[in-house]
Structure formats: C-alpha cells, structure tokens
Design a protein around this ligand. Structure first.
Ligand SMILES: Cc1cc2nc3c(=O)[nH]c(=O)nc-3n(C[C@H](O)[C@H](O)[C@H](O)COP(=O)(O)O)c2cc1C
Length: 203
C-alpha cells in the first residue's frame, strides 16, 4: 500500500522550467488544494494554515511585487542577476499557491496553553511544511512543474503579500509555490548516502 505514496514522494521535484500553461484545470487545482488543506495535520488540530491560489494577471502581479521588493535589497552582482532570472521564471508560470499561517489562531492557542509557548511556533512550522509538501507532491503527480519559494519577510514584503492580495493582516506568509506545465524536466539531484542519515537501534 505504501509503495504508491513513496513513489509520489520521488516524483516531487524542484522544477524551475515553468510555462504559463496548465494542463490541469483550475477546478482540479482547487480540489487538490482544498483536500490538502482539510486533511493535513496540525498541532492541537489548530488548522491555522491558509492558502490563496493566484493565476493569470494576479500571479504576474504577485511576482512583480516580490521582484520590486527583493531586488532593491540586493547588492549589484552575480547573485542579484541570478535571482532576477529566477524571479522571471516564477513569473512565467501559470499560477502560484500562496501559503500563510493565521497568527491570530496561533496566539490564541499559546494564550490557552502558555506551557507550549516556546515550542509551538516550531511545531506549527512543521505543519506548514507538511501542507507545502503535500500540495507540491500532488501537483507533481498531475505532471506540473513547481518550486517552493521563500521570499525574505521584510515589513515591506509582508505588506506587499497581504495588502496587495486582499489577505488578512493576521495571515503570515510561509511560502509560495509557483507552478505551470513543465518546459523541461527537473535537473539531476545528488544524494548523500542514506546509511549516514538513518540508523536502527535494536534492543
Ligand atoms: C523547507 C524548504 C525550503 C526551500 N526553500 C526554497 C527557496 O526559497 N527557493 C528555492 O528555489 N528552493 C527552495 N527549496 C527547494 C530545495 O532547494 C530543494 O527541495 C532541494 O534542493 C532538493 O531538490 P528537489 O526539490 O528537486 O528534491 C526549499 C525546500 C524546502 C524543503
């Protein structure tokens, strides 16, 4: 039973080569996202994750907003040129999934359970990551190319991502997944020996 799930994990890759087309219908994309949002786990079942799907002109506006905020922060040079190229690739996709966590729910949980105040934010980041990986994997299984992006969350970036897209101010951006039909396969990936990363301790 687990084989197809493990195969799905293998299919998910970072693929920056996006086209502005999607062979997956908007309705199907929405169904995938709603299913993942509903079923992915969260600490104390807080269900604080929020998702916004943007396509077309709104997707382009998103990447223009990120570009206009990020590039002026960077010194001129090779890294800035590379980032500019990558941002253009994201903008060239069909759409983006914007991920948020509702800070108001997280604050309420910490207020109710002050004894978890230190660890809860980390647990919640884990929950956000589970949702990112689930939607990324499901999109990959549908044949879409996608990458997971984390623009630096300066005050200006936060304002751009919230105000510009009618997102409540308590929603905190956790990642953006630009996607589209692939223009090329993903690049090869290297792996450390799994034996160095996993051990069994027997009694
Ligand atoms: C939590 C997390 C954060 C990441 N952030 C970024 C990012 O901001 N920009 C980016 O281009 N890739 C990002 N990546 C993609 C990784 O670089 C990529 O997953 C890794 O190189 C392995 O390649 P693969 O996704 O093809 O398996 C992130 C991946 C993870 C799991």
């Amino acid at each position: 039973m687990s084989a197809s799930y493990l195969e799905a994990i293998t299919v998910r890759r970072s693929n920056y080569a996006l086209t502005n087309k999607s062979s997956v219908s908007d309705e199907k994309l929405q169904d995938i996202i709603k299913h993942a949002v509903k079923h992915c786990p969260s600490p104390f079942n807080s269900q604080a994750s929020r998702v916004v799907l943007v396509t077309g002109a709104t997707h382009i506006k998103l990447w223009e907003t990120v570009t206009a905020t990020l590039l002026p922060m960077m010194p001129e040079g090779e890294i800035k040129t590379r980032y500019a190229g990558l941002l253009d690739l994201h903008k060239g996709g069909y759409g983006s999934v914007m991920f948020f966590e509702d800070q108001a729910i997280l604050d309420e949980i910490i207020q109710q359970r002050p004894f978890v105040a230190t660890q809860f934010p980390d647990w919640n980041k884990n929950a956000a990551g589970i949702l990112h990986a689930t939607i990324w994997t499901a999109f990959s299984l549908e044949g879409l190319a996608a990458t997971l992006q984390h623009p630096p969350l300066t005050a200006e970036m936060i304002a751009g991502l919230n105000l510009g897209f009618d997102v409540p101010s308590t929603w905190k951006s956790t990642a953006i997944l630009p996607f589209g039909d692939p223009a090329a396969p993903p690049k090869d990936k290297t792996f450390l020996p799994v034996e160095d990363r996993f051990k069994v301790v027997k009694s």
